[in-house]
Design a protein around this ligand. Sequence first.
Ligand code: C2E
Ligand code: MG
Ligand code: MG
Length: 685
Amino acid sequence: MNISPIPEPEKRSASKIPMVGASFDILYRMDVAVWVYDIDNAQIVHANPAACKIWGAEVESELQSRDLREDMSSTVGKRLRQYQSDFLASDSTFTELWTLYPNGSPTSVMVIYRGYELLDGRMGMICEVVGESEDTPENLRSAEALLHTDVMIMLFGVSGPALYLNPAARNSLRAPISGLDDIFVDPQDLSRGLGEIERVGEHRTVTKFHTVNGVRWFDVSIKSCSDAVTGQPALLLTSIDVSDLKEARDTARHLADRDQLTNLHNRSYLQNHLAWLEDCGTAAGLTLIIFDIDKFKTINDRHGHDAGDTVLRQIATRARAVLPPQNLLARFGGDEFVVVVSERIGEAELANQIEKMRTAIAKPIQHEQTRLNVSVSIGVSQFNDDYSRAAQVMREADIALYASKQAGRDRVTYFNAEMGDAVAARDLLEVELNSAVEREEFVLHYQPRLDVTSGKIVGAEGLVRWNHPRDGVLLPGAFISVCEETGLIDDLGRLVLELGVTQAIKWNKEGRGLNISLNVSPRQFSDPTFLSTLSELAKRAGFPKGRVELEITESVLIGDHQLIADKLRAITAMGYQIAIDDFGTGYSNLSYISRFPLTCLKIDRSFIDQLPEAGPIVQLILTLGKQIGATVVSEGVETQDQLDWLTDHACEEVQGFLITKALPTDKFEAFIGGFSLPKKPAVSC
Ligand code: C2E
Ligand code: MG
Ligand code: MG
């Protein structure tokens, strides 16, 4: 917008003209157009002939009878109200280019407005025309635009005085305004802006202004120019209120940068922060601490997700409270937190900070009626002076954290190079596992289940083995946990089910009368495709209904009992049986056990190992099995004494090295062909 041809309004010291009787007569004789305006009623009260001419009125009475509201926009009405209150507050005078619409056609005149007390005591104004504008369409339109825009446009002398404020600025900004520092809330923003103008002639920023509605945010552009009247250097400010936009943007940024549960910074913020440290080259010597909550899954499983949330929030609050404020604390995801120690500190001070944090976290956490004792495992790594790859340091701290967990949790581990080698081996394992699933390098070995009463092998548990191209046959302990962590367990689990069901169909066709048990991991159980996989397999020709058993662990039964029971019923309806594996080691709510369609309880090896001391527990499980109509199988039977004890106590089935370890299919088939066990009469129960 070109405003240079428009004379700027001026604030002069007010001089109230005594407008009574003869004084006004003088004005009637002058060529200068003067009128008195009643702001409240939008009417001209007095007008001299020169004014009548400008307004296009034959006589004063005709002008007095006009209701000026008809041609007045609401902005103009508001502005006149503003003038009225300015007049009441001080002896203000305004000079402004004004467009009048006498009989509908525009005329632009430069007018001085002064407050004028009407006869009844209300505040009106006296208007004096000091010049007519060149009524070019360009001038008229630019003047109108300037007057009506919501954009605040201001002109200041470089040394400070306000030379012109358009109506939007006058209406919005907090008076009085004698200089820029009356407007800017933050003096630093102002001096930064002025500095930049000195250097490059212009400045753009978002800053806070004092307004009649309090402090608000404005997008401000300042340019150096010269005052069209004096030719002196001046500053032109254009500002628009962006408070709503800024608030929305700040909320969006907060949402994007913060973790909603703990209000700590989140993973993406942390990553940006680390990238920034790297870019600035200021990361060298800094430390990363990663910690996660020990057995957090158990807290969620036993006490519910609300308890888990309380723990996360409490830990966040406590850690934040003891860490120095300049250290960044972020929730990296799940139960994992990261601290960026943002300055180089010595080993002792670092250890001290970590210890403080551990102590704060270790205090019991109250959730409803429950007191929870929580500990954390911690891994620490430092940015090296030679390299500063944040991703590398994160990984090292993660490796150290893993080492803390491996060493029994609730401890701090500082990364060292040897740990890196172990991790490299795990990485290799992950890569190899991926291709192993694709290449189907997995097979099932079968461990027989012996019916104690008949002395016959009645079934087998399919246990997965990895035929590793380099390392030979690997047991599940070497790879199942990595499969669970990486999600590969879904593919592996499907493959196991496929292998097991195929074998069950074959044995059934051969009339062997063998049941097959297959292990299902908790993650696999909650996989949305699990039911459809089972259903597909159950529809295969020759699928032996009632002969394929799925072993789940107690942790699967924790949660929404109704949902779990429904799922289990859907599975049994397809013709599968359900066993609880490693029974006695989890947290099953015994009162719910009877509501699930369970056909078998497998007593965990650890109890069998401790017979006869663990006898009461084993007996309890045997009784429970009877009550709910499930077969009880003892796992890990290694000695004749254990077998004898179990036989004496009417355990129905056993499985263990005493009979044989798991065997490849051909060996298993050969084994059962020639199997016989000296039978000891069972004690009747
Ligand atoms: P599990 O299901 O409880 O299987 C029994 C484990 O105990 C097997 O170990 C078996 O070889 C071992 N075992 C059997 N009898 C004895 C004994 O008398 N003494 C001793 N010391 N051990 C005995 P394995 O094959 O190494 O499997 C370990 C675990 O890996 C299994 O425990 C099961 O939880 C898991 N697993 C095995 N196959 C699969 C599978 O296909 N899918 C899933 N998700 N997990 C599997
Ligand atoms: Mg099992
Ligand atoms: Mg087991």
